[in-house]
Design a protein around this ligand. Sequence first.
Ligand SMILES: Cc1ncc(COP(=O)(O)O)c(C=O)c1O
Length: 394
Amino acid sequence: MTLEELDKKYILQTYARDYTNFVKGVGSTLYDENGRDYIDFASGIAVNSVGHGNEKLTSAICEQAKKIIHISNLQVIEPQAKLAQRMVELSGYDMGVFFANSGAEANEGAIKIARKYGETKFDKKRYKVITLEHSFHGRTITTVKATGQESFHTPNFSPYPAGFSYEKSIEDVYKAIDDETVAVLIELVQGEGGVQPFEKKEIQKLAAYLKERNVLLIVDEVQTGVYRTGEFLASNLYEIEPDIVTLAKGLGGGVPIGAVMTTHKDVLSAGDHGSTFGGNYLSTAAGLAVLDILSELYESGALDETLLYFEQKLQDIAAKYENLFEKEVGLGLMRGLRAKNADIQGSVIKNSLKEGLVVLKAGRNTVRFLPSLTISKNEIDEGFKRFEAAVSSL
Ligand SMILES: Cc1ncc(COP(=O)(O)O)c(C=O)c1O
């Protein structure tokens, strides 16, 4: 049986999969089973934050695996406590951390914290959560309902939990808030929805308004977090003080980990929430190594240089191929080219892979770029050379 046949026979077919068989990665270069190389501008959808085969990360994982991989959360876990300390210090917020295994699970935790806050802190229960249209918050029944895209709310999985509503714009959020609203859940740069950042001033105004009314601001940083936008959190870049932040993707550099951080440290108590695997030795040792690597990159100014270099290259391409792309969108190393239509988007992604470059889709017409934060200038140059080869034939 070929690998494709094996996959089709035994894997539930929930993804529209490509069948290139990657067997190795070095930095931001992937190799398939025939030894062909591909530049990786996707980093596993913003997961491989420090690239493939990073020496510091792989050693940390191996060393930890040889000692202890997992002990339950009924025991204290040293790398978990240290990672939480590191995250809190880097964020600059006075927060406590709960560790989970994925973005959806982190958002579930955030919603639970908000719901309990709404139940216990007010005379009249508050439970409603407002999210934005085109948002994406996960695939569990609750987070799919929190996602502001009607196509995800198919009757196939109904009934969904009550209490979620979606607004077209930040301006509409103000009008939607009532005395039962407990939280607003938002991505500062909508990732899956089309790499669309919100205006900093608009977000700051909203944050101040919510604070005045004791409505929680939950920032979903599953994709924007861990230096993706150039700061540790996009919330730092936007200079706001959220009540709750969720993280996942880039935090473990590929080892599954999710986290919810909150300033409301007293809301959850023993027994309110839990996770068997969340924050185990292996994933938190990986998280510590990732933060060591990335905070050094940030402090040295090298991350900033990479962001600017990548942005310039993308702007050049957008200007050169105005016939295909409307504009360049995004922030930091979370970037996109808004294609003139979905056909162009599809062809660009397919052609790129043929040329040896992995890029992603987002929304209905955006070609998305989420390279690792450690990508080299040579890899960026080579990637854009291949990208140009892919688009120039269209
Ligand atoms: C902003 C955001 N939130 C939540 C999720 C869900 O994360 P996971 O797939 O790890 O559950 C994603 C995944 O793409 C995301 O981009």
